[in-house]
Ligand binder design. Structure first.
Ligand SMILES: Cc1cc2nc3c(=O)[nH]c(=O)nc-3n(C[C@H](O)[C@H](O)[C@H](O)COP(=O)(O)O)c2cc1C
Ligand code: SF4
Length: 424
């Protein structure tokens, strides 16, 4: 199948240079956009492609774009931000795209900026991604030198300044409104919505925030057309997707596959199935903040509509597999420790509730749990669920726990009864 996002990448893992990218058809989408399309044409093409945001929530990209005030007489500056914070445990797809082909992201951002009448753009990059930062800095400099950035891009009259911002390294910076505060030099806590960033974002100006993978799709949609892009997918949700698998499988990694590939195909064919001596027990399908799925769900298609129908979310599309020799309580404890440490502390249920959850899980795992602890954990998953906190961090943080209590209840009970972890 066609692999527009990764197909032209070098086998040795080095970044494509500007020359290599141009040779492989790079920046042709930008030329086409600037020479033959209006901003409105581009927004329409993105809508027609059925591209949905790859940052987790899967909101249709063209529709999000159309919420930004349009027209030639718009007030400037307006902003575009590529969200490359990627601190979701288990997720490493944006890193592969940026390290392998930084120009693809840059081209996607220039076309998007043209469509949105934006003149200033930022890449908000996770602090730990040092290699990605080096390669992106180099590529941005080369793009300026090649007249793809700056004033009068390709003599079209369109201008764009693009900046790389390396984040301070907190998970909450990936939440779009916390990211706006971080870029403004404030404490990264989410903002109350509305107003949404499309209307009032960075420094109170219209701002679009898109995931890095989302933006990497744009040049291909523009160059080859919306119908072509939709045709790459197994389902109505267009295109391809970067799927990944970690855990005790034969070949952990990430692959670009048709949107809607089944969980079974991703784990058994692309990740090579379970490693010798291990059996599949469950999977967290979309990064750490999604609910576990089990064997009966293996034939579910990985897309934004299908996974919620069986009680989880597609999230980032990068799975963590749980095997039969790993303690599910220990695994969930590990995840909840991460979330508890990363809470921004703005709202009480999240700030106080997650450390409680972590303490209880620690007690259960180390043989000091009480019979009532499971009920307390259950009530906490309700108290931290949707609608009780300012942002989606807390509801996401309790998703692995609430599904673990459903699928692995007997494991929690056994820990408490035997006063030890049965896996140790
Ligand atoms: C706690 C939290 C962390 C997030 N981290 C990221 C992230 O690292 N990268 C990302 O693209 N989106 C992240 N998101 C989602 C963003 O808020 C936003 O929805 C997304 O960047 C929009 O881009 P898209 O429409 O292209 O998916 C996070 C959301 C939450 C609640
Ligand atoms: S849910 Fe947690 S991370 Fe989100 S605003 Fe509240 S305290 Fe901060």
């Amino acid at each position: 199948m066609e692999k527009p996002l990764t197909g032209m990448m070098r086998p040795d893992g080095e970044a494509l240079t500007l020359e290599e990218y141009e040779k492989a058809g790079g920046y042709e989408g930008l030329r086409k956009a600037l020479k033959t399309m209006t901003p409105g044409d581009i927004v329409q093409a993105v809508k027609d492609s059925n591209l949905r945001g790859r940052g987790g929530a899967g909101f249709p990209t063209g529709i999000k774009w159309s919420f930004m005030p349009a027209g030639d007489n718009v007030l400037r500056p307006r902003y575009l931000i590529a969200n490359a914070d990627e601190m979701e445990p288990g997720t490493f797809k944006d890193r592969i795209l940026i390290e392998g082909n930084p120009h693809q992201l840059i081209e996607g951002m220039i076309i998007s900026a043209y469509a949105l009448h934006v003149d200033t753009a930022y890449v908000f990059l996770r602090w730990e991604y040092r290699r990605a930062a080096e390669r992106l800095s180099r590529a941005i400099a080369d793009a300026y030198a090649g007249n793809y950035l700056g004033r009068d891009i390709l003599k079209s009259g369109f201008r764009l300044e693009l900046y790389l911002h390396v984040s301070a390294g907190r998970y909450i910076c990936g939440e779009e409104t916390a990211m706006l505060n971080a870029l403004e030099g404030r404490r990264p806590i989410p903002r109350a919505k509305p107003p949404h960033p499309q209307a009032s974002g960075l420094w109170g100006r219209p701002t679009i925030i898109n995931n890095a993978e989302t933006l990497c799709n744009i040049p291909h949609i523009i160059l080859n057309g919306a119908a072509w892009y939709k045709g790459l997918s197994h389902t109505e949700e267009g295109g391809t997707k970067m799927y990944g698998v970690s855990g005790r499988v034969r070949r952990p990694g990430a692959w670009e596959l048709a949107m809607g590939t089944t969980i079974r195909e991703i784990i058994e064919e692309h990740a090579g199935g379970m490693a010798d001596g291990y059996r599949f027990r469950a999977v967290i399908p979309g990064g750490a903040s999604t609910d576990f799925l089990v064997e009966e769900h293996l034939d579910v298609r990985m897309d934004y509509d299908s996974v919620p129908k069986v009680g989880s979310r597609m999230g980032t599309g990068t799975m963590i597999v749980l095997d039969d020799r790993t303690c599910p309580v220990g695994m969930v404890h590990n995840l909840e420790r991460f979330f508890s440490r990363e809470s921004c502390g703005w709202c009480t249920p999240c700030r106080e509730g997650l450390p409680w959850i972590e303490k209880l899980l620690m007690a259960i795992e180390s043989g000091e749990g009480e019979p009532g602890d499971i009920g307390i954990l259950e009530s906490h998953t309700g108290l931290l669920g949707p609608g009780h906190t300012f942002c989606a961090f807390a509801p996401g943080a309790v998703e692995p726990l609430q599904s673990a209590l459903k699928y692995f209840r007997e494991d929690f009970e056994l820990h408490i009864k035997e006063k030890k972890c049965p896996w140790k």
